[in-house]
Design a protein around this ligand. Sequence first.
Ligand code: IVH
Length: 693
Amino acid sequence: MPSTDPDPAGRAAELAARIRHHDEAYHARGEPEIPDADYDALVRELRSIEAQHPEIVTADSPTQAVGAEVVGATFAPVEHRVPMMSLDNAFDADELRGWAERLARSLEREHADALEFIGEMKIDGIAMSLRYEDGRFVQAATRGNGKVGEDVTANVATIASIPHELVGAPPVLEVRGEVYMPNPTFAALNEAQEAAGKPRYANPRNTTAGSLRQKDPTITASRGLDFWAYQLGEVVDGPELERQSDALDWLGSLGFPVNPERRRLTGAAALAEFVVHWTEHRHDLDYDIDGLVFKLDDLGLQRALGSTAKAPRWAIASKLPPEERTTELLAIEVSIGRTGKATPFAVLDPVFVGGSTVQMATLHNDDQVRHKDVRPGDVVIVRKAGDVIPEVVGPVLAERPTDLPAWVFPSACPTCAEPLVRPEGEAHTFCVNAFCPARQQAQIDYFSSRAAMDIDGVGERTVALLIAEGLIADAGDLFHLDFERVGELEGYGQTSVDNMRAGIDAARSRPLASLLVGLGIRHLGPSGAEALARAFGHLDPIMAADAEAMAAVDGVGPTIAGSVAAYFADDRALALIEKFRSGGVNLVGPEVSASEQTLAGMAIVVTGTLAGFSRDEAADAIKSRGGKNPGSVSKKTAAVVVGESPGASKLTKATDLGVPILDEAGFVALLETGVVPGQPAEEPVSADEPDET
Ligand code: IVH
């Protein structure tokens, strides 16, 4: 990256100051303020300026030293007899190959393809040196500045997986490794925090650092920390070891936890493959890694190569793409969903994290915003949660401008300006105006989605465009669309217009229940809609019915009935329905002929996967014949249909209660005849011998 900075020395000094600040926060206080990736970016920029302007490199530049001096330490200093070094980084495949080739040249090998390495996880925790004398654990020290660390023996002694006594150990043995917090432990800790109404911890690494800095070791003990050993420090009279891989095996045999994902790798290409593999699989691990470490396996060659002031030449850290970055929280806005739910979301200065650029992230609800204490103007930490959904972890308080006001949930809908209401005891706030334009857009999306009218050729982007162009304002307008004007829109050629027309045409004859579902009436799902459509046979009597009449329908409770009645009491609903009517949309319910009602009043439970029916199709098949499809088995159950991998409790209950059990063939026969094939209840009917009595 060529520097275009007019004042490289000034920029370098600024970078150096920031790096020193973060070094101190990280190493001396154990409270990093920014993610490693951001820190690395600062160091890289400084390095690149220094590489282009060697004359400005100062002896005290952070690129020339390891870590920070130990300041304000509350733990006794420990001098490392063998320094705890840092690692150089390779940020991409080229840098990694470059490193391997440099090694090959230094070792006077023809190329890197015959060099033997070991690939290890780069554990995202806190480096620790454990000292054993005559097999007894005597001291644990942090890295500190690499030469002097801090004595955290009492706290580290509480880590269950760290052995206190070794059998067959040399007189002096220092084991280096990483103390870390497994992700499930971290998740449980945060759940407990939340349950206690306390703020969540930001990430496992910072929590590990904090846990190690406790004055009271019982607190450390309660945090469930763990350890991976990956390196030898001072060893007096140890065994003759030829390879790093042997050293790790030996540590394992002494009882240290040694990471099982280590691999011996030959040649530079194998390193690149290892990176590709772990870039994809890092989340299969139940602890965080921030990269991979490659070490030349041969300890003799390691000695031959030696180290720079800061890092060994024989090892390199290969950084995986960062999944946590900082950026500015530009604003907190509120989006209104189909149900009116007002969801606050962060508008971020775009930042590349976890493989994509993030500029928005949900903040869930008012309580979450307060809990995280994020404020517009804050620098915030952004992470990809579960690798896909961006999440705002929290603010970097050290960078908060003074007097930055806290965000206040708006009292009015940002779109329709009607009041936003947070019902008693609910976590969410709602725009209660059913005809709010923002709700309309989300509503039309839902209307045309597969859950409702399943309109081909009318996706979210199209809906947004049609609204923006003034071609539609609600779902009813879809059936009066001016296709000529659609055809004039950019990106809508004849084919898309034809698709859209065909999709909308097909939607005109969807079942009434789909239309009802598509209206997005609160509480009204597919089964309630189906029940209403069957019971009333047409949309008009449904619209005319009062809540009581609807609540009398089997499968429609008072909540649904009340909600549907309230919806149709609004004139705007009536106007919408008129658009459907004049647009040729089917308003007629299914024909309910008595002869088809083979299962009238029968409760049929389905468990497991059937070959010929999806869960919904099986339920539909039962209900359309007048039957019920409850979720659990009772005395009143007429039959239990059993598919692949059925629920054990349903089967047991059916057997206990003597409810007939049918397989899929029996089910098909039952649908047709309405008669439960007679057989002993304990034995499932075999598909080969349907009993058609
Ligand atoms: S070896 C002389 N191996 O990464 C080599 N370090 O950025 C010393 N780390 O301070 C380090 N996993 O805290 C090594 N498998 C691993 C590691 C590892 C994590 C950390 C360690 C070190 C830092 C360097």
